[in-house]
Design a protein around this ligand. Structure first.
Ligand SMILES: Cc1cc2nc3c(=O)[nH]c(=O)nc-3n(C[C@H](O)[C@H](O)[C@H](O)COP(=O)(O)OP(=O)(O)OC[C@H]3O[C@@H](n4cnc5c(N)ncnc54)[C@H](O)[C@@H]3O)c2cc1C
Length: 695
């Protein structure tokens, strides 16, 4: 008798099907058929009000279909038999999909391929925080065959579905992000069973689950979509035939009914599985080797006039839009309610940092090789803008960690340093800091007094830094010290140090007029030994590193100013719309209208310049002039906008309890740090006139 792989239990009106096949809860055809018949027994059981499908043992819900079985089917070469078999399996999922009883997939861990397709056939999905969801078929040269390309777009929209189905392993997503775009309906923190029970109780009590509204007329133009830089990166190295087949299944199936869509998917699945790439991909997977495919050729994108000249977030690609949406929700729902407490306590609360890590935000600009999201400087600017809109102190914490420390490692780190330190920052496991400024070296960066002396295979560092953001909470700190007293700027080197190094002490914590929840401290190094392997870049390259990193830092700072201006505009407009004087709403006075019109113009100019410079940076162009320009102009425009917004609030704006008063205090620092605005003017002049003033 074959081993039973699915356990059935009935408790308190809940019928539970627990997948417990060997290894990864693989879904072979016999397991799926067993699932179908056991599902039917629960459907027929009048005690059962709701049916749950889950996996055991942790951490697998199900890692997907049985690759060896698919390989056997392809090698067997009987297309007709394969068609019948897939049809039978699709019917099991169809039965679950069409059950009269509500169905819930309780996703306790990896939920991949056929496992995710099973979860998609259920009415609801609740996942543990550790769960990971994705459709890796395309990496194996095949496409999903159990409804993945059909149910996914109907749940989360065609664009999001395309990203997951085309991205394969690269697009595997965690539960928190999956919830953001509607792939799961609930995420359980801590005790999974208790969390699932409470999710089910909510459902049975009629508490509806909110779903994203899907545009049913959406289509994707293959040429345009696959030529997008981000999508090109996502599909790089995948079999061209499988990529295009996934695309067809999504696009063609989305236009018709689900039933017809499943039929389209079935025939495309078989066509692809029986193709040379299908055979090669599955064989390579089973043999645990890298497949040899004709991979996706980069599609040459024609310049797109809209994305070249972005006016609004709608012009940005879908991944950026998702990032913005996630950040906006996070800012409004989770950060804003805690700002007052954090400002009073003088730090960012650990649960906000934990959520940032969980959402993968610390990795936004970095390559996937180091745990990042690969969204480049444009992604970093979106993040800085949204954090700047929500809470300046938080934007400074993340900016110093991700932009400055992470940026320095990404630009100049060795492979070993990047895997160790950049990855820790990108994954939100470590906070970074960038320690350049000293008492006598502010604008005059080259005038450092800290020294690093080579003793054996170590560098021994002595000195004092001041005004270091994240100084006392950082785990990884990039510091700058003189390795040669006689070489001026060329005698500075950079080092990576870790919290807890002997000889490192955080001294004064500053009390500031603004960004009060951001930590600003002094640091002392007394005979602090650093291994030679922790020098960042080459000997004497420190000055160059600092300037390069600050070029990008200034760009994100400008993006933060843009976010703050947008928020100030929003507050000013709301206030002017409800406050009346002299028998009229403030909004009806032309002087108020003028202020709002200028603010709106500033926002437009900042948005244009920031994202244009970000695009230049993403194309690898030199931005030293442009980043100085956007830092200078955005910080001054934003300070003006916030000041005006406060003025529109009248006396109330001057009160601590009004957000706009904190925003004004917070805005001043933008004209001072990362190089004062006077220094930016010197830099802009120098860069412009080095070529005899030609522009
Ligand atoms: C809250 C906060 C956080 C910070 N975070 C960090 C951090 O994380 N890491 C870090 O390394 N540093 C950090 N700094 C330091 C910051 O970058 C410096 O304060 C800034 O660069 C200015 O240096 P300074 O304060 O020594 O001013 P100074 O250089 O003494 O300047 C004083 C004034 O003189 C002007 N000035 C200077 N030189 C010239 C010139 N040649 N021509 C015309 N005007 C000039 C300046 O523009 C300024 O107006 C932070 C500072 C603050 C306040």
């Amino acid at each position: 008798m074959p081993k039973e792989c699915i356990r059935v239990s009935v408790k308190n009106g809940m019928g539970i099907l627990t997948l417990d096949s060997h290894d990864y809860n693989t879904l072979s055809s016999s397991v799926i058929l067993e699932l179908g018949s056991k599902f039917q027994t629960l459907e027929e059981n009048s005690e059962v009000k709701i049916i749950l499908v889950t996996g055991h043992p942790k951490p697998f819900f199900s890692a997907g279909a049985d690759a060896k079985e698919i390989l056997g089917m392809i090698r067997g070469g009987d297309g007709q038999a394969a068609k019948e078999a897939i049809k039978l399996l699709q019917e099991v999922y169809w039965r679950i999909d069409n059950s009269e009883k509500p169905t819930v997939a309780a996703i306790n861990g990896y939920c991949l391929g056929g496992g995710l397709e099973l979860a998609l056939a259920c009415d609801f999905r609740v996942a543990s925080r550790e769960a990971l969801l994705g459709l890796p078929e395309v990496d194996l040269g095949i496409i999903p065959g159990l409804g993945g390309t059909q149910r996914l777009p109907r749940l989360i929209g065609l664009k999001n579905a395309a990203r997951i189905a085309l991205g394969g392993k690269k697009a595997i997503t965690n539960a928190v992000l999956a919830k953001e775009f509607g792939l799961v309906d609930g995420v359980v923190e801590g005790d999974f069973i208790a969390g699932v029970k409470s999710f089910v109780a909510d459902l049975l009590n009629g508490n509806a689950v909110r779903r994203t509204v899907i545009n049913e007329n959406e289509t994707l133009d293959e040429r345009l979509y696959l030529s997008d830089e981000r999508i090109k990166a996502l599909v790089a190295e995948k079999a061209e035939s499988a990529t295009r087949m996934v695309f067809r299944a999504l696009n063609e199936g989305f236009k018709v009914s689900l039933k017809d869509g499943l039929e389209i998917e079935r025939s495309l699945f078989l066509e692809q599985a029986f193709s040379p790439d299908g055979l090669e991909g599955i064989t390579a997977f089973v043999e645990k080797r890298i497949p040899r495919f004709k991979t996706m050729q980069p599609v040459e994108a024609k310049p797109d006039p809209i994305s070249e000249n972005r006016n609004s977030t709608e012009d940005l690609s879908e991944e950026y839009a998702m990032l913005r949406q996630t950040l906006r929700k996070f800012g409004e729902n989770e950060v804003r309610p805690k700002i007052e407490k954090m400002e009073n306590e003088g730090n960012i609360s650990p649960d906000i940092m934990a959520k940032i890590a969980e959402l993968g935000l610390c990795g936004v600009p970095f390559s996937e090789t180091y745990g990042g999201a690969g969204l480049g400087k444009t992604g970093q600017c979106i993040m800085a803008e949204e954090l700047g809109r929500a809470h300046a102190s938080l934007a400074v914490l993340v900016g110093a960690s991700v932009g400055l420390a992470g940026g320095a490692l990404a630009l100049f780190g060795t492979e070993v340093q990047k895997q160790k330190y950049l990855r820790a920052i990108a994954e939100g496991k470590a906070i970074g800091a960038f320690a350049l400024t000293e008492a006598e070296a502010g604008s005059d960066v080259a005038n450092l007094s800290s020294t690093a002396e080579k003793r054996g295979d170590k560098w021994v560092i002595n000195g004092t830094k001041q005004f270091i953001s994240n100084g006392d909470i950082a785990d990884i700190i990039i510091i700058f010290a003189k390795t040669d007293q006689y070489l001026g700027a060329n005698g500075i080197s950079a080092f990576i140090i870790e919290k807890g190094y002997s000889g490192l002490k955080t001294t004064k914590v500053e009390h500031k007029m603004g960004i009060r929840a951001s930590r600003t401290t002094s640091m002392e190094f007394t005979d602090m030994a650093v291994s030679a392997g922790n020098m960042l870049g080459q000997l004497g390259q420190g000055f160059k590193i600092a300037l390069n990193v600050l070029n990008y830092g200034r760009l994100s700072l400008a993006a933060g100013c843009l976010g703050a201006s947008k928020r100030a505009f929003e507050l000013a407009y709301a206030f002017a719309s409800q406050r009346s004087q002299m028998g009229k709403k403030l909004l009806e006075f032309q002087l108020i209208q003028e202020a709002l019109a200028i603010m709106r113009s500033h926002i437009f100019l900042m948005e244009q310049s920031v994202y244009n410079v970000a695009a230049m940076a993403d194309r690898g162009e030199d931005i030293r002039l442009e980043s100085a320009i956007v830092k200078l102009t955005a910080s001054e425009m934003s300070e003006w906008d916030i000041r005006k917004a406060l003025q529109i609030h009248g006396g109330l704006g001057y009160l601590d309890e009004y957000e706009i008063s904190r925003m004004l205090r917070d805005s001043i620092i933008n004209t001072i740090f990362e190089g004062t605005n006077e220094i930016q003017k010197l830099l802009i002049f120098k860069e412009t006139f080095k070529n005899a003033g030609k522009i």
